[in-house]
Design a protein around this ligand. Structure first.
Ligand code: SF4
Length: 230
C-alpha cells in the first residue's frame, strides 16, 4: 500500500501530534535536569518511524534548513522495533541481537550549537530522553523506572500510528543520499503494552486521557483500533 493511500485513510499526522502533545504534558510534570543546550543524548543513533521522518523533513523545509540533510549518513539500523520487542517479550521469546556498530555513535546531524535545528518536530525517541541528573561531560543519565514504562508505551503507540510504515535510523530515513534500505524495519501493530506488574494499573490510568483525546472527530484509541483492523 502506498504511503499516500495510507495517509488518506487515517489521520496519522494528527494522531502523532496528539501523542507528542500528551508526551509534552507528561514531561512537564517530571523533575528532569535536562535544559536547553544539553545535547549529550543527541547522537546519530536515533530511531524513528517513517511518519516522524516526513514530519521532521517538513519542519526542516519550513525552516529553510534542508541543507542539514546533506550531513546525514545512513548509520547502523535498529535490531527490532518497539512493538517487535514488546511482542517477543509478551511471547516470552528471545529478541534478536542488536547489531554491534563498528563505530562509536557520532553527533546528530541536526544538532547546531548544542541545540536541535528542528526541535519542534524532533522524533519521540528524542522527546523521551530525560535524566534526573546532568549527564554531559562524562556524567551518566539517571532515569526513572516509571518514566521508562510510560515512554516505552508511548514509543509503542507511535509505531502503531505508522503501522506498515518504515522504522529506521534518522540517517537511513532522511539522508539525501538515501539509504540502501537494509537497516529499515516495518512498523508493527501494538501487541499489548509491556509494563512491570507494579506499573500496570498506573499505566492504564495514565494513558486513559490519551486514548479518549479527540483526533479528527474520534477518540485516539478508536483510530488505533481502526488501524489494527486495517
Ligand atoms: S533530532 Fe534533534 S533532538 Fe533528536 S538527536 Fe538530533 S539534534 Fe537531538
Amino acid at each position: 500500500m502506498s504511503e499516500s493511500i495510507r495517509a488518506e485513510r487515517f489521520p496519522r499526522q494528527e494522531l502523532l501530534r496528539a501523542l507528542y502533545r500528551f508526551q509534552a504534558g507528561e514531561e512537564a510534570s517530571r523533575r528532569a535536569a535536562c535544559a536547553p543546550g544539553c545535547a549529550a543524548c543527541c547522537t546519530d543513533r536515533v530511531y524513528l518511524t517513517g511518519l516522524e521522518g516526513r514530519m521532521l523533513r517538513g519542519e526542516l523545509a519550513c525552516l529553510g534548513r534542508l541543507d542539514l540533510l546533506a550531513r546525514l549518513r545512513p548509520g547502523p539500523g535498529p535490531g527490532y522495533t518497539c512493538n517487535q520487542l514488546a511482542r517477543l517479550c509478551l511471547e516470552h521469546s528471545e529478541p534478536p541481537e542488536e547489531p554491534t556498530p563498528e563505530e562509536p555513535a557520532g553527533v546528530c546531524a541536526l544538532l547546531e550549537d548544542d541545540r536541535c535545528a528542528a526541535y519542534e518536530a524532533r522524533p519521540l525517541a528524542c522527546r523521551v530522553m530525560a535524566s534526573r541528573q546532568k549527564c554531559g561531560s562524562g556524567g551518566q543519565a539517571q532515569g526513572d523506572p516509571w518514566w521508562f514504562t510510560l515512554d516505552t508505551a508511548l514509543m509503542q503507540i507511535a509505531e502503531h500510528i505508522d503501522l506498515g510504515g518504515s522504522y529506521g535510523s534518522l540517517g537511513e530515513l532522511l539522508s539525501d543520499e538515501g539509504g540502501d534500505g537494509q537497516g529499515m524495519l516495518r512498523c508493527e501493530p501494538l501487541p499489548g503494552l509491556v509494563a512491570p506488574p507494579e506499573h500496570q494499573a498506573r499505566l492504564q490510568q495514565a494513558l486513559g486521557p490519551l486514548f479518549v483525546s479527540p483526533v479528527a472527530g474520534r477518540p485516539l484509541g478508536h483510530w488505533l483500533d481502526l488501524m489494527r483492523a486495517g
